[in-house]
Design a protein around this ligand. Structure first.
Ligand code: FAS
Ligand code: PHB
Length: 391
């Protein structure tokens, strides 16, 4: 079959790209290795930057978000005995929204299906071909076991950190940067009302802890654990005890409410950037090109920012035969990628226990400076709430 853009991956990047292209009458086919049920069930990010919400709103995807999501003015930054609220709206004029990636994905899938988007779910053996020509194509085996070929003008590699697109860029032009952190996150979803109005990021001698949420009745919490942690070693009681210790240390008149844990998983942490994000008629977007540790709440937002640049570039290329934006895509996207990579690294190394007493003193000093200095707090606020897309 033939289409204009073959999109590999039905995560936020692939789904949003197909939606933005369709808004301008550009046709695509979305090719996904997981089932739709699996894609819709994934539990991942929770924070949307102001510009992400504005973009989703602008293309008809903001109604449920604004009804069911929660707008937050900022976060709480905490060290034992000191919980300090950073008000992003006061500091930089922007808020953030709490609305799970699971919900964003549901809204995107519903919109794409209503528009008659062609999907292939449950595929295997996805392969990219002739990306250095004007006639690239993707082959795969569909869920029925039939070999398929999709010819396109462009391939969009939105297949995350384990997909084939990133490796389709030749070693001769590809450059990668990677940093693996010496710790992971154990994350839980629990049917209990949040014990805080806005997110708490807490430094503690035992390790980092964070209190997020998904709604007034569902809490999302994380705690730092060693790499290689087996989630089976962490009973519900042990998880709640550690979270209560780390989030409640020295904070008077505050207790952590616990409740039934409905999801528990360990998430390793690393930074990864691959350049270029375009080679020939292959364009990468989202986790296919970069991974950030989740401490800065950037992963999902960065995928959206890539697509907000890529969609107009492809529309211009395919409708006006103008490759100006397409030629600039990689460099433009990478400016934000490196800004978010730095910020995510900064938040991660500032808040996570390394075991080195010198590190601990530096971390505490930096946290106290950010909490007490308008300049320091504004720097965090600008990055966390998100720079305007395109910067
Ligand atoms: P995705 O990985 O979401 O989507 C890629 C899609 O490509 C997937 O559906 C995959 O099945 C598909 N694919 C892969 N190989 C394929 C193939 N061969 N053929 C066809 N399709 C293929 N970010 C945060 O900001 N906060 C968080 O708390 C957070 N938690 C996370 C937890 C986990 C376990 C993971 C993995 C990521 C987390 N992230 C978090 C980051 C996450 O939100 C990503 O940044 C976001 O999903 C990026 O979206 P995509 O680029 O679309 O990639
Ligand atoms: C989440 O709610 O899942 C979440 C929030 C903030 C982060 C990471 C994850 O930095």
């Amino acid at each position: 079959m033939r289409t204009e853009v073959a999109v590999i991956g039905a995560g936020p990047a692939g789904l949003l790209l197909s939606h933005l292209l369709a808004e301008q009458g550009v046709e695509s086919v979305v090719i996904e290795t997981r089932t739709q049920e699996y894609v819709l069930s994934r539990i991942r990010a929770g924070i949307l930057e102001h510009s992400t919400v504005d973009l989703l709103d602008s293309v008809g995807l903001g109604e449920r978000l604004r009804r069911e999501g929660q707008e937050h003015r900022g976060i709480h930054l905490q060290t034992p005995g000191e919980r300090h609220h950073l008000d992003f709206v006061d500091l930089c004029g922007r808020s953030v929204w709490v609305y799970g990636q699971t919900e964003v994905t549901r809204d995107l899938v519903d919109a794409r299906e209503a528009a008659g988007q062609q999907f292939f779910y449950g595929v295997t053996e996805t392969a990219l071909h002739d990306i250095e020509t004007d006639s690239p194509y993707v082959t795969f085996v569909d869920a029925d076991g039939t070999e398929q070929r999709v010819d396109a003008a462009v391939i969009a590699g939105c297949d995350g950190s384990f997909g084939p697109s990133r490796a389709a860029i030749p070693d001769s032009v590809r450059r990668t940067w990677e940093r693996v952190y010496p710790y992971s996150w154990l994350g839980i979803l629990a049917d209990v009302a949040p014990s805080t109005d806005e997110l708490i990021y807490a430094w503690h001698p035992d390790g980092f802890a964070m209190h997020s949420m998904r709604s007034d009745t569902v809490s999302r919490l994380y705690l730092q654990v060693p790499n290689g942690t087996d989630v089976a070693d962490w009973s519900d009681d042990r998880v709640w005890a550690a979270l209560s210790t780390r989030l409640g240390a020295g904070i008077d008149d505050w207790t952590l409410r616990s409740g039934p844990i409905t999801e528990k998983s360990v998430l390793p942490m690393r930074s990864y950037v691959q350049t270029p994000m375009r080679h020939g008629r292959l364009f990468l977007a989202g986790d296919a090109a970069h991974i950030v540790p989740p401490t800065g709440a950037k992963g999902l937002n960065l995928a959206v920012a890539d697509v907000a640049l890529l969609a107009p570039a492809l529309i211009s290329l395919l409708r006006k035969n103008d490759d100006t934006l397409a030629d600039a895509y990689s460099d433009s996207a990478l400016r934000r990628v490196w800004r978010c990579t730095h910020f995510s690294w900064w938040m991660t190394t500032m808040l996570h226990r390394s075991g080195d007493p010198f590190d601990a003193q530096l971390q505490l000093s930096q946290l106290r400076w950010v909490a007490s200095s308008t300049a320091g707090a504004t720097g965090l606020a600008e990055n966390y709430a998100g720079l305007p897309i395109g910067l």
